[in-house]
Ligand binder design. Sequence first.
Ligand SMILES: Cc1cc2nc3c(=O)[nH]c(=O)nc-3n(C[C@H](O)[C@H](O)[C@H](O)COP(=O)(O)OP(=O)(O)OC[C@H]3O[C@@H](n4cnc5c(N)ncnc54)[C@H](O)[C@@H]3O)c2cc1C
Length: 406
Amino acid sequence: MAAQTLDTPYLIIGAGPAGSAAAITLARAGKQVTLVDMRDFPREKVCGDGLITDSLNALQRLGIELPAEGYYHSKGVLMYSPNGKYCEFDTEALCYPRIDLDLRLLEAAKAAGVDFRPHYRLRRVEQADGRFGAVEFVHTESKESLTVRAEQLLLATGARSEPLKLFGVCQRERPSAIAARAYFRVPAAVAREFDKIIVVYHQAILPAYGWIFPQADNTYNIGVWDIYRKGDDGKGGEIRSVNELWKVFIETFPPAVRLLANAEQLGPLKGAPMRLNLEGADFYKQNLLVIGEAAGTTYAFSGEGIGKALESGILAAECLLEAAPEATPEQVGARYAKRLVAQCAHRFRTYEVAQHWLSKPFLCNLVTRQVQRKGYLKRQMEGIFEERVDCEAVFSVPSLIRSFVS
Ligand SMILES: Cc1cc2nc3c(=O)[nH]c(=O)nc-3n(C[C@H](O)[C@H](O)[C@H](O)COP(=O)(O)OP(=O)(O)OC[C@H]3O[C@@H](n4cnc5c(N)ncnc54)[C@H](O)[C@@H]3O)c2cc1C
């Protein structure tokens, strides 16, 4: 088996949104970057494909323009509560398949000069003199090995724990949530009726929630996610099957039943783990920074993670670029961790509260009713989606009281 070795200043492992965002930022600043992924692109990534404000802002910061076609622009979000009623937010969002989004990001990285190595799976890492040295990958087809020696490493491998364990940055093996989705194509006349993003707190699957995200060409991404609740330790706690929840969702949520009556399912239901709330991993160790969902950058409120993965990749790259020449890797890592926590931790804690509220039927029904009044609470909730409003101030008793009067 042939073996290759290469030296590079920056090695990024994982070419999802976090890895590509870091690669683009470093390469555009003139740095030499090697980006390795176990898959070749375009590749599918199990996701809801929804892009909310933070994702759109981060893409803009990276100068990534979306194509003229191939995505869906939803001019509103419908939220269904357990009693079957719904409210509407005027927030805009896009649905853009990850197979296309991630390719677009990777192409921008390659155009900036990044050396991309597909098909290499992380296998082993050496540590010497208090830093990570050679990182060994194995080609998923030829089995040939690739050894990369880098001064600085960025780990962007998403929610799975194995890469985190290899680097000794895994604080918790179990993910925070599991989600699954499948695509469907429906007749054009039916699609015209379902023209907005739908988020569903359906009685039959609570505290899990479901979604129906319209895509281009009369297709829909329909999924469900379920959070591991505190105490669900993988031993004593009861974990429900997300595949069964999904089946219950599409068979008993009336709009889903109507939408899918004459639909064609495009491919199987696929699931994936999620790491939320900046929990489950260290943010840095020696000359390694952990970015994106590997560091738990996905929201507990909505399961949205593309935006924060992009932001963390940009942030990590900026910390490296801004570092003084005499700064140690640990100092750079500590600065990155501090800024990541400052940027996200408060927001994430309050999103957890929001998720908790909405998973309680009484509160979810009440919030939906108050949003329907099109006053204070509607504006505040829209502000949360668009990151203009502090979630803590909205999911509070004073805020609910205020929603009755304004
Ligand atoms: C069902 C589901 C629905 C979701 N819906 C949404 C949504 O609608 N909107 C939203 O914003 N977020 C959503 N998310 C969350 C979103 O998918 C993640 O937050 C986002 O993908 C994180 O990006 P990342 O770059 O950190 O990791 P990933 O996108 O997971 O990228 C990691 C990359 O690392 C590579 N890799 C992994 N292990 C190795 C290895 N050992 N060796 C080499 N390469 C490796 C992978 O091939 C992959 O390309 C959803 C997640 C799920 C599971």
